[in-house]
Structures are given as C-alpha cells and as structure tokens.
Design a protein around this ligand. Structure first.
Ligand code: MG
Ligand code: MG
Length: 257
C-alpha cells in the first residue's frame, strides 16, 4: 500500500531528513585514507543518538551496523570493518535515521583521497542519475519516468544499472510501497501523487549489472568486480517542485545547473 503523507507527517520527515543530511556531511568530513569504516559507523551512531534519533539500519533484519559501507565492487549493504581505507578506493556510505517515528534514507559515494578520475566520473554520473530521476518525481508522472531517467543516462555513458536492488517508498517504515527501480519505460507504472515520499537510489557500475551476495548474506558485489557507486535521497512529491528531504535547501534545478 502506498501511503500519502499529510502536512504534519511531512514536517517530521523533513526533520529526519535534515538530521540525516548533517550526519552524512559529518561522515564526509571524516573520510580519508587510513580511516576505518568501523570508525565512520561509530560516528554516525553517536551523531544520530545525540540528536535524539535512532539509526534505522542497526538491527534491521539483524543488520549489525548504523551505516552500510561498501567499497569498490561492493554495491550496497557492505559491513563496517576495522580495515583502513586506502587512497583511490570508491566508498559508498548509506545511512538511515528514525526521528520522532519518521524515517529518512540517504547514501553517497566518494573516491577516498581522490586521485582516480575514472571512479570520480562514475560517482559524478551516479549523482546526476539521481538528480535527473528526481526531476521526474512530480505529480502526474509515473515510476517508469524515474526509472528511465536513471537508466538512459547511465547507459549512455556505458555504465551498468544494477537491477536486483531498487529504491522504495519510505515514511513511518524504511521500506514501503512502491518499489522504485532504476530501469524501465517512461509513462509506465504507478502514477505519482503529491504527498508520496520515495527513496530514489541509483546504483551504477563501471561494468555489468549482474551481482551476487557475499558469504555474510548481506553484501551485494558486482559479478565482474567492476566498481559501483550509489547515491540516494528521500524525496517528497509535491504539486510543484520535488523536495529532497534529505538535502535541505537543494533544488533539482540548482543541482542540474
Ligand atoms: Mg539507503
Ligand atoms: Mg534506500
């Protein structure tokens, strides 16, 4: 069932989104060669709890961490570890918060310490996929318009669009209907309405789209071991411009320049 949020619920999701934005900005500042993803996980959990929130990932179906930290060919659901990050690794960080009963979900990727132009191009393209998709998140459009925006841009650059994992509705629960795929046909699927809140999350690989799950039963990895990038925000559909709840103040128009 797709839930339509009222003004009071949206205000709570806005607050959850603003907290998550601050947490992810804090994590971005911590990331450099030599830092461990376990450290980033501790930082995230303490920032969330200090603000009165709860890390939504921790304990979700038994997931052990407050963030997912996925390195290079890991697509999503990577475990935080004590291994030191190295320059040039592509790190994706995904995090979710619950504040006052309402959820937000957001992810970003970076090249640790910079220095890898090809991976940086993939990271930038994945962000652009998100913003092109968010531009379609308008009342009267369809889920297929979001999907097609991601797929057509990513594939025009020769990248692979991960198909086994999708975005999702979000609200009082982290995963709600509908499923929001990153591939599909324009004009197809659920018609979007004001008050819907969607986590839109392109996962784009430098190679093919096929994946498998590691022995920990959580972490998705590209079959061809090509690096993968992830970018996600929680988006509110309105009667006018889409509102990116987990990136306060940023508009689609500004992001797409
Ligand atoms: Mg996420
Ligand atoms: Mg998500």
């Amino acid at each position: 069932m797709i839930t339509i949020k009222n003004a009071g619920q949206i205000e709570k999701m806005r607050k959850a989104g603003a907290l998550l934005y601050e947490v992810l900005q804090g994590l971005r500042r911590e990331i450099c060669p030599g830092v461990t993803t376990r450290h980033l996980d501790h930082c995230a959990e303490s920032m969330i709890r200090a603000a009165g929130g709860k890390p939504s990932f921790k304990g979700y179906n038994g997931f052990p961490f407050s963030i997912c930290a996925s390195v290079d060919e890991q697509v999503v659901h990577g475990f935080a570890t004590g291994e030191k990050l190295r320059q040039g690794q592509l790190l994706s960080v995904d995090c979710g918060v619950i504040l006052d009963g309402w959820q937000s979900d957001s992810a970003f990727s970076v090249v640790v310490g910079g220095g890898d132009a090809q991976k940086q191009k993939l990271v930038d393209a994945t962000e652009k996929c998100f913003w092109l998709a968010a531009d379609q998140a308008r009342a009267g459009k369809h889920l297929g318009d979001i999907a097609y925006a991601v797929q057509s841009y990513a594939e025009s650059l020769g990248y692979g669009v991960i198909r086994d994992l999708c975005g999702h509705g979000i609200g009082a629960n982290m995963h709600e209907d509908p499923s929001v795929p990153n591939f599909g046909h324009p004009g197809r699927g659920v018609r979007l309405q004001a008050g819907m809140t969607l986590a839109i999350e392109p996962m784009i690989s430098m190679g093919g789209w096929k994946v498998y799950v590691e022995d920990n039963d959580w972490t998705y990895v590209t079959r061809d071991k090509s690096p993968c990038s992830h970018y996600e925000h929680t988006v509110l559909i309105t009667d006018s411009e889409p509102e990116v709840l987990s990136y306060p103040g940023m508009t689609v128009r500004e992001a797409l320049g």
